[in-house]
Design a protein. Structure first.
Length: 370
C-alpha cells in the first residue's frame, strides 16, 4: 500500500478547482533533521507542473505541532507573491511562473513532537585492551504525521533562539547567527517513522576500539572509593572523532568459551571530538583507599601549607595499578613528595603506582599554596 507524506500537496490554478494532477508523478525526497529540544526540520523535494501566470500551492491539513510561521516554499524560477491560512486547516501560497513546465519544488517547515536520545553498548573481549562500541538512536514520533522513506539526521546542538525578555537583565538584545550545529553520523538509508512510533536505529558501530581499564583514587571528587573506569579516546584514529552525546552505556564482556556476561549500566557524559571518555564501572574489587591530612599551616603572608598521606591497600592476589589525583588550586608548588615521580597538571598532580598483592602502598606530599 502506498504511503503518503505529511502533507497532501496540490496545485490550484486561481480560476480552476483543486487539481492534484498538476504535481509530477515522481518519488519525493524527504529529509528530517531532529534537534535536541523537541524541534525538527522537515524538508521535502519534488517537482511540480506549472503554467505561466499565478499558481496556488495548498497543503494540509496542518498537523498539531507545526510552526506556521516557519513554512518555507520555493519553486525554482518562480516568484512568491503571498501566503495565507485558509479554512479546514490548509495553508496556501501563490507563486508566479513565467513559463509552463516542471519546476523543482522545495517545502520546508519546523514542527515539534519529534525527539531522540542515544544509548551505547560496549562489548569487552577477552583482550582487555580493546572493545566494540555501538551507538543506538531512539527516535520518538509523537506527531500526527507518518514519515515514510525519510533521510534522517540528528543534531547534537540546538539552533539559536533569541533570549527571553526576562533573561536579558538590561542587556542589549543583539541579533546573531546560530552556532554551528554538530551533526551525528547520518543514517545512510531511508527510514520510516509511523506516527506515535518509537523506533531504534544503529547510528554507528566500531570494533576493536583501543581502551584501558583504570583504577582511580580521587578523594576530592569521590571520597575514599577506589573506582574502576573504562577509558578511551574519542579520536578519528580510533574510528570515532565525532561528538558523543550523553546516554546510558550497557557493558558486556565476552568470557572464554564464547559466553557473555553483563557487567552493568553506566552513564556517558557528553564527549567532544578528540577528548578522553571515561565510563564508571563501579568500585574496584579488592582495593581500598584512605586519605589523611598530615599538615596544615597558614603563614602571615596568607600562604598555606598542606600535607596529605594516601594509603592504598590491595586485598587481592594480583598486582594492581592505581592512578591517584590530588587537586591543587591557585598558585602552588610541591615542596616534597614520595614517590618523587608524578605528573604535574594545571590544577592537579597525578601519581601512577603499583600496589602489590596482599600489600599496601603509601604516598605522601607537602604543598605550598599562595
Amino acid at each position: 500500500m502506498r504511503m503518503y507524506s505529511p502533507f497532501v500537496v496540490s496545485l490550484i490554478f486561481i480560476c480552476l478547482a483543486l487539481s492534484p494532477s498538476s504535481l509530477a508523478e515522481q518519488e519525493r525526497v524527504t529529509r528530517l533533521t531532529i534537534f535536541p529540544n523537541d524541534l525538527a526540520l522537515v524538508e521535502e523535494l519534488r517537482e511540480a507542473r506549472v503554467e505561466a501566470g499565478l499558481t496556488e500551492i495548498s497543503f494540509g491539513p496542518v498537523p498539531k505541532g507545526l510552526i506556521l510561521d516557519s513554512i518555507y516554499v520555493e519553486a525554482k524560477g518562480c516568484e512568491n507573491v503571498g501566503g495565507e491560512f485558509i479554512t479546514n486547516s490548509f495553508v496556501s501560497w501563490k507563486i508566479r511562473s513565467p513559463t509552463d513546465g516542471l519546476v523543482p519544488l522545495r517545502i520546508a517547515y519546523l514542527t515539534t513532537g519529534l525527539t531522540w536520545q542515544l544509548s551505547y553498548q560496549v562489548g569487552i573481549g577477552e583482550e582487555d585492551g580493546y572493545m566494540d562500541l555501538t551507538a543506538w538512536a531512539t527516535v520518538d514520533n509523537k506527531t500526527e504525521i507518518a514519515f515514510p522513506g525519510v533521510y534522517l539526521t540528528l543534531q547534537s546542538e540546538n539552533p539559536f533562539f533569541p533570549p527571553k525578555e526576562e533573561e536579558l537583565s538590561g542587556q542589549e538584545d543583539i541579533s546573531r547567527l546560530a552556532p554551528s550545529s554538530r551533526p551525528l553520523p547520518i543514517i545512510p538509508y531511508p527510514v520510516t517513522l509511523k506516527h506515535g512510533e518509537k523506533k531504534r536505529f544503529v547510528l554507528f558501530s566500531r570494533s576493536r576500539v583501543p581502551m584501558e581499564k583504570v583504577c582511580l583514587f580521587d578523594a576530592d571528587k569521590y571520597g575514599q572509593e577506589v573506582r574502576e573506569e573504562l577509558t578511551f579516546k574519542n579520536s578519528q584514529e580510533q574510528g570515532l572523532g565525532i561528538s558523543l552525546p550523553p546516554g546510558p552505556v550497557y557493558i558486556y564482556k565476552f568470557a572464554p568459551g564464547g559466553r557473555m556476561s553483563f557487567l552493568g549500566i553506566a552513564n556517558l557524559t557528553e564527549i567532544p571530538p578528540e577528548a578522553q571518555a571515561r565510563v564508571y564501572l563501579g568500585q574496584a574489587e579488592d582495593l581500598e583507599g584512605e586519605r589523611v591530612q598530615t599538615r596544615y599551616y597558614q603563614w602571615e603572608t596568607s600562604e598555606k601549607e598542606y600535607g596529605f598521606r594516601i594509603i592504598l591497600r590491595n586485598r587481592g592476589d594480583r598486582l594492581r595499578k592505581v592512578r591517584i589525583v590530588e587537586h591543587l588550586y591557585g598558585e602552588w608548588e610541591i615542596l616534597n613528595s614520595y614517590p618523587a615521580e608524578y605528573l604535574q597538571m594545571k590544577d592537579a598532580i597525578l601519581y601512577e603506582v603499583e600496589v602489590p598483592p596482599q600489600g599496601s602502598y603509601e604516598i605522601e606530599y607537602l604543598a605550598r599554596i599562595k
